[in-house]
Write a protein that binds this ligand. Structure first.
Ligand code: CP
Ligand code: NVA
Length: 296
């Protein structure tokens, strides 16, 4: 059966850890030799496009990046028809979409693996790179605490699933109206992950090994920025908030960062920051995931 990757809970815990192991394989299998992967982007991307294209090349394949206006995604052609068509040329398809439902519809008909490259609901490729970074720094997941502070968004959902399934304790600190939606909370809990939810940023980071944040407004929410800022300001990751975490805590951010909004310059550029290692890991994690999917 074709395996798709729309969020972390499409994998079992053993599979998730196998993908992380593969991400560090020094001689990756050439599973895409003579084959292609279509990469469709409805939104801007720096890390995801570059890491996915390079991962495909490292697996012997050829990436074809496509913009939605080139193909009329859902306007010139139904997304199901696009998935069927791309599967005729490519061994796998990646898509970054506004509406997660588009991914569900493509996955329902695609005979080749479909990879979520970010939707309004989830960002699972990012969470794989995040786990890889945590393991490189701490060597293990058990007994470690990850604190996510900020917007209970797509990154928060996939990261919570990944960290919890890998065995970390998870705390999520958000302004009251920006906690993960009840649907996201149900998904996280039904995967066996039991995060602590709080509206107190200091409680979230207390003694944590990893402090993680993301933008206060996601792509497509730019018009809400001014309305959101006052609620999120207490959740800014600055030296004072970092001081509440463990002394050897690391700082992670999926990037792009809005410097001196959700994170201050001195934290993102400081000794606890691992964001560049994390960004590079997007490529290694993508390679591990694609090679694993193609060998199922
Ligand atoms: N972190 C991330 O997905 O970055 P891009 O939006 O640049 O791909
Ligand atoms: N939550 C952000 C992540 C960007 C990588 C967004 O969806 O825009």
């Amino acid at each position: 059966m074709t395996r798709h990757f729309l969020d972390i809970d499409d994998l079992t815990t053993d599979e998730l850890l196998a993908v992380i192991d593969r991400s560090e394989d020094s001689s990756p299998p050439r599973v895409l030799e003579g084959k292609g992967m279509a990469l469709i982007f409805e939104k801007p991307s720096a890390r995801t496009r570059n890491s996915m294209e390079m991962a495909v090349v490292q697996l012997g394949g050829h990436p074809v990046t496509v913009r939605p206006d080139e193909i009329g995604m859902g306007t010139r052609e139904k997304v199901e028809d696009l998935a069927r068509m791309f599967a005729g040329y490519h061994a796998a398809i990646g898509a970054r979409v506004f509406d997660h439902d588009k991914l569900e519809r493509m996955a329902a008909v695609s005979p080749v693996p479909l990879v979520n490259m970010l939707s309004d609901v989830a960002h699972p490729l990012q969470a794989l790179a995040d786990l890889l970074t945590v393991r490189q720094v701490f060597g293990e997941f058990a007994g470690r605490t990850l604190a996510y502070v900020g917007d209970g968004n797509n990154v928060c959902r996939s990261l919570s699933l990944a960290a919890g399934m890998a065995g970390m304790d998870v705390r999520i600190g958000c302004p009251e109206h920006y906690l993960p939606s009840t649907g996201d909370q149900a998904t996280i809990w039904s995967s066996g992950v039991k995060p602590v939810l709080t509206t107190d940023p200091l409680e979230a980071v207390q003694g944590a090994d990893v402090v993680y944040t993301d933008a206060w407004f996601s792509m497509g929410q730019e018009e809400e920025a001014a309305e959101r800022r006052p609620y999120f300001h207490p959740f800014q990751v600055n030296t004072e908030l970092m001081a509440g975490a463990a002394p050897d805590a690391i700082f992670l951010h999926c990037l792009p960062a809005h410097r001196n909004e959700e994170v201050t310059d001195d934290v993102i550029d400081g000794p606890q920051s691992r964001v560049w290692q994390q960004a590079e890991n997007r490529m290694h994690a993508a390679r591990g995931l694609i090679s694993w999917l193609l060998e199922q």
